[in-house]
Design a protein around this ligand. Sequence first.
Ligand code: FMN
Length: 314
Amino acid sequence: MKQRILSLSNLKISIGNTTFKNPIWVASGTFGYGTEAPDLIDVNTLGAIVTKSITRQPREGNPPPRIVETPSGMINSIGLANIGVEKYIKEMLPVYKDFSTKIIMNIAGTDIDEYVEILELMEKISTNIAGYEINISCPNVKKGGMEFGVDSEMTAKLTEELRKRTDRLIIMKLSPNVSDIVSIGKAAENAGADAVSAINTVVGMSINAKTAKSNIFTTYGGLSGPAIKPVGLAAVNKLYNKLSIPIIGMGGIVSSTDVAEYILAGSTAVQVGTANFRNPGTGENIIDLISSYIKESNWKSSVEMIGKVQTYNK
Ligand SMILES: Cc1cc2nc3c(=O)[nH]c(=O)nc-3n(C[C@H](O)[C@H](O)[C@H](O)COP(=O)(O)O)c2cc1C
């Protein structure tokens, strides 16, 4: 592993009781468990790695085809394929011991008990995981996932149950596939979440006109990539205007300009997702560029920029 540790003072952020060397993270499901990447990039430059969603039992996910390219994006319907929490603890946690980047474990479940059981298993052992991102927004599974993310009462109940059991960060990951993302975010905040992250993928469909067939086995999947950046920016800004806890923004980030826009909209940190499939070093490359952008634009820090977009109605 390369040992280039960046410490760019204008990029330091904190969320709850935890500080991060910078606000550039990689998004769940686009960076594996974080353990594959050291051969490809210097993971320790990143502010944090968010793991793919981990469930109580191993999951094979949905049958193929489960990924298709779309204009400026892709649709996926992976269906939370993962090795399950026990294997995750055994095989992945030891690898993190050498990491100086923060690890955020993403958890998914079909009911409150499953989320709780996973978190309790994690809290029982000694680990250097900084916190949990709670996936209540997966559009690609029949049970659980998004059922929580579309209902503020369920979101509050789940957040509350998890909050009781950990002092580590709890980040509730919100869905854009709702009529009022702010009410779900507020429910998470009131129930004790340290932050919310937004957005998960946008429900989409892709059809092959030649064969008249759906390009995705599950018919609908989750759209990601540059196509959804405007949806992500709006979600972040709406949340920023009504919540007091930090917002972690994502959706279509490929460049430092995208990151600047997300911070101006109200993000304390951002996550790079789909862009990792083209180049897993996208996040790493952005870190130096955003630090220079901040200096050149006469901001003191990324923190000073948060939510400072000038809108016409303010
Ligand atoms: C192939 C793929 C797999 C994903 N898997 C997960 C997952 O396991 N858990 C989760 O919370 N989000 C998952 N996501 C959603 C991303 O973390 C992110 O919220 C979304 O893709 C928007 O960011 P982007 O446009 O930069 O990709 C996945 C996205 C993609 C493209």
